[in-house]
Design a protein around this ligand. Sequence first.
Ligand SMILES: [Zn+2]
Ligand SMILES: [Zn+2]
Length: 139
Amino acid sequence: MENRMAGGCVCGAVRFEVDGDPMFCSNCHCRECQRASGSAFMPLMGFLREAVRISGEVTYFTRMADSGTAETEGFCPICGARLFAHAEAYEGVFLVRAGCLDDPSLYKPQADIYTSSAQAWDHMDPNLPKFPKMPPMKA
Ligand SMILES: [Zn+2]
Ligand SMILES: [Zn+2]
């Protein structure tokens, strides 16, 4: 497999490149991912922060998660595409949205997370493990 994933936003102002494979790949069905995407879930890839190189200007928006810790979303200020996220609770982990990859077929989901808020019209792969909230993280 090609070891370098790359991608960008809709307008092309923000580009990124990633070294190595993701630590995890999860489809997140939480309400915030639904709101942020306007859809049923967000396909998330978790990388070490230093593995992701970003070019272009990214606007970051921080909110309080249900855990009471800060979560930050990164989006393109021009086209609004949401590319990145990181959470205070998972320091050092940088999330990249798989739909922003130049080749989204590289994304191999390993789990469905926050399935407690998944929608009835959201058809999940029955073969993937399901977690009602966050899965236990192995650091
Ligand atoms: Zn853009
Ligand atoms: Zn989510």
